[in-house]
Design a protein around this ligand. Sequence first.
Ligand code: FES
Length: 493
Amino acid sequence: MVTGAAARDYGLTGADSLRAVEAGLAEAEWFRPPIDADRLRELQARTNARAARDTVLWLALIALFGYLAWRSLGSWWAVPAFAAYGALYGGAADSRWHECGHGTAFRARWLNDAVYYLASFMLLRPPTLWRWSHVRHHTDTLVVGRDPEIVFPRPSSPLAVLGVFVPVLILAKSLWRTARHAAGRIDDDAAALVPADQFRRLRWESRAYIAALAAVAVWCAAAGSIVPALFIGLPTFYGAWMLMFFSVMEHAGRREDVLDHRLNSRTVYMNPVLRFLYSNMNYHVEHHIFPTVPYHALPALHQEIKGYLAPAEPSTLHAYRSIFTTLRKQWRDPSYDEPRPDVPEVADSDRAYVDTSVAAWAGDRHDSLVDLGPAHELAANSARRIDHGGATYALYRLDPEDTGSVAVDSPGCEFVLSDGLCTHGQAHLAEGAVLDGMVECPKHNGCFDLGTGEPLRPPAVEAITLYDVAVRNGRVVSRLRPRTDCRAVGAAG
Ligand code: FES
């Protein structure tokens, strides 16, 4: 018998959604442990080579097992071959989808986008809807009525658990939803996530998916065989067990409605094979706290901040034991929370990882310029927050070739001053990553061009303002006037 609190409304437009907003749980500040700003900058670095190697290996494995499956059609060998093919297609695609959706796998944006769209199709997730869904998941992780990606709404039940691990019904419902969107009927939950000016895109993506699946169905009918669908479309269903195997460990059974990823997410130690299949997302607490750190640097990030986190689960077996224990208890009592993880207390003053003392740079000068501090104190491709006159700015130093030198006369060195807050969710841009002439927001990986202020990647869709800036006698100065030329001002003598 179920006891305890009344069942909650996990929809995005229901009573618990309102309750979350009223309780200050929506778009709130989350716990972050301290980390050295320079070390974080190192961890945020991107290359194409690492992700290319992992992506090519993943696709090569899909091709290999696809070939073996095809060759073994009609024999029992086809069963393990299709099982492996499906797990790589409908399971391992999830972490590629995820990482490229954040834009952190590759250095080149087009490569992230290409893999994101490919993996989205493999998972039958319309890219725009799921991009915004995942943004919300990061904004309001496990906040009831706000997070659309809660796997186990309470109370759990054996049937619900079975439905998650054999997610045929979940995927069928998701496909039906895509068909409705293709027909132009955007549902309330989608409308609560996706900006209205992107509905058209969502409709056309949904139509493209339905058309592709219809083409596979026609192919099957023409061939008089289900084989084409076993390679395209159905692997999303029969390979989804692996997706669920990994993603359940991320948050299942953890606390709802807390603003601390250490309490609602889970880091689990795994062997290298599982970590390859899962793109290191087993370091899930770390990923949620610092989403600008690419997957391959998560083990190093873990080493950097683990002293501030709860001890990691030592194995998948251990993680699943505690998940099932908690789910079983929540089946009887939905208000049951697992014992609080043993997280160290961190003083509020230690939580910011950008050295806020830098804000003391900003001061008035007699010549109507605002002194933003010594230029040489800003490292190459880094940012500093500047608070002045009740407003917040971000000052960047851009160095196309980071030689490690602090000299501001190095070729191509530029200083750029922008609004300090992201236009999407008010995060401090100075805490983000400065990469290839753009700044990546620390909260949802939205990107802005530091030459123009234009948004380059959703969820950032509104430009930031850039301000005049120059270097005089070794100090960065500005009149704090919006730039009209849309070109960064170079280092001046
Ligand atoms: S706060 Fe969402 S992209 Fe910046």
